[in-house]
Design a protein around this ligand. Structure first.
Ligand code: ATP
Ligand code: MG
Length: 242
């Protein structure tokens, strides 16, 4: 589905990604872990075609991103849903307007059709009652759920979640983790989850990669990772400092 070969990304002479290889399989939930600043969000931006990279390639369903024009990239992007690290809702728009924005701007759907899709998406995240609310009236966990409803509104083939549970209490985290699993199964989407949070790593992952020194190491499965044989992975998931 998404293949990343030998990817190099440099910021200010620093090789953030240094020959990174990674394979995201169709209809699986792939989790990306690694220390703050190792380039996880950067990788998502590169896959979304929002930034350029130095060398290597990103293949989406076999098509290389590098050769594409902006219009073609936009078309691919419409098949992606993104839940940003900060939720990134528009404060002046209601929940329903935030969730339906992409349909209003990028499709010819009527107001009625958009309304019905928005209501369906909000029901899926169990926030139908927040339809007319403003983001400032919502808790952090509710904002995350609105951001998830917005990401799924266009029936995406791939959903990217950047730190979906960071900063949430353990119960709300579990709700979001269950939601990620439920939605990706329900929509039949492929999902990529960037996270630090152990509960999220354990509860959602079907494949796990850890970024270390600009490269991605494929780790053990979620049920074995806490006892990883790789010392770097073991220390990371157990929070050990050497
Ligand atoms: N636009 C930019 N210009 C210069 N440097 C950048 C830019 N964006 C990111 N970086 C640098 O690239 C590195 C990777 O950043 P990135 O946001 O991808 O990390 P991350 O793994 O997502 O971290 P976190 O877990 O804290 O979210 C950091 O050192 C950051 O300072
Ligand atoms: Mg990040």
């Amino acid at each position: 589905m998404i293949e990343i070969n030998n990817l190099v990304k440099i910021y200010n002479d620093k090789r953030i990604l240094n020959g990174l290889n990674l394979s995201i399989k169709e209809k699986k939930r792939t989790t990306i872990i690694g220390q703050s600043g190792c380039g996880k969000s950067t990788l998502l931006r590169l896959i979304l075609g929002l930034e350029k990279f130095e060398s290597g390639e990103i293949l989406i369903d076999g098509t290389s991103l590098s050769g594409l024009k902006e219009r073609e990239k936009n078309k691919i992007r419409l098949g992606f849903g993104m839940v940003f690290q900060s939720s990134a809702l528009f404060d002046s728009l209601t929940v329903a307007e935030n969730v339906g924005l992409v349909l209003k701007e990028h499709t010819n759907m009527t107001t009625g059709q958009i309304k019905s899709k928005v209501m369906n998406a909000l029901d899926l995240v169990e926030l139908g009652s927040a339809y007319n609310k403003l983001p400032s009236e919502l808790s952090g966990g509710m904002k995350k759920r609105v951001a998830i409803a917005r990401a799924i509104i266009n029936d995406p083939k791939v959903i990217f979640f950047d730190e979906p549970t960071t900063g949430l209490d353990p119960i709300t985290s579990t709700v979001i983790e269950q939601l990620i699993n439920k939605l990706t199964d329900y929509i039949g989407a492929t999902s990529v989850i960037v996270t630090h949070q152990i509960s999220t790593i354990l509860n959602v992952s079907q494949e796990i990669y850890m970024f270390v020194e600009g490269k991605a190491i494929k780790t053990e499965a979620a049920d074995k990772i806490m006892k990883s044989k790789d010392k770097i992975i073991y220390n990371f998931v157990n929070g050990l400092v050497e």
